[in-house]
Write a protein that binds this ligand. Structure first.
Ligand SMILES: Cc1ncc(CO)c(N)n1
Length: 224
């Protein structure tokens, strides 16, 4: 019975308090209500641009770590989704907040950005493809879960400056991407995951959730 439960659900259950602290962080709740200070969001946006560059490197590593052509192509789709789509979207979106590409490129990575992105890359370098995808899961899937909840609670509405952010990650395209990330965890894990491996994977997952929470907190800490 437990083996039929998606690996993602088991990881969330094993790291419930870290997962909840990440997905219900005060930064997230304030985006939903529209009360997040703009300075917090702008700092987050610039750091997220730098985050995405490193995230692309993590997908490049997924191509390298692939054990089959199919897995290589899947890593390549993730890489090009970031480089060819998400980065451009991000630049357009930041322009709407008066932040130029030049300003983002001139910015330095804050410690939480360095910590999170290099943690993910190291998880992939030191481990196998499943370790890497588990370390990536809170990013890819977490944003889909957060945005869906905020959208269902009425976060996308006139007058909420964060509507577009919520709508983007609540969109069918992003929700589909997250659903395929959930499936790929099960495909990579196969059906003979030992208890010991599960515990090690849950450690990676919980750490990534704490680093996501620290990423939100970095934004809040910039609010006057
Ligand atoms: C910090 C962070 N986590 C996850 C995502 C989703 O891609 C993102 N853009 N930024």
């Amino acid at each position: 019975m437990t083996s039929r439960q998606p690996l993602f659900d088991r990881l969330v259950a094993l790291s419930a308090s870290d997962w909840d602290a990440y997905t219900h962080h005060p930064f997230v709740e304030a985006m939903g209500t529209g009360t997040l200070p703009q300075a917090a969001f702008r700092h987050y946006l610039v750091q997220d641009y730098l985050f995405l560059i490193q995230f692309a490197r993590a997908y490049a590593l997924a191509v390298y770590k692939a054990r089959s052509l199919e897995e290589m192509r899947s890593g390549l789709r993730g890489l090009s989704a970031i480089l060819d789509k998400e980065m451009d979207l991000h630049v357009d979106y930041c322009a709407g907040w008066g932040i130029s590409r030049a300003e983002m490129e001139a910015s330095e990575e804050d410690m939480p950005t360095v910590a999170y992105t290099r943690f993910v890359i190291d998880a992939g370098l030191a481990g196998d493809l499943l370790d890497l995808h588990v370390a990536l899961a809170p990013c890819v899937i977490g944003y889909a879960v957060i945005a869906r909840r905020l959208a269902e609670a009425g976060g996308v509405r006139d007058g909420n400056p964060y509507s577009l952010w919520i709508a983007e990650y609540a969109s069918a395209a992003y929700q589909d991407l997250a659903a395929s990330a959930v499936e790929s965890l099960d495909r990579l894990a196969g059906d003979d995951l030992s208890d010991g491996r599960l515990v090690r994977l849950a450690k990676l997952f919980g750490q990534a959730c704490r680093l996501e929470a620290a990423f939100w907190q970095m934004g809040l800490d910039k609010a006057p």
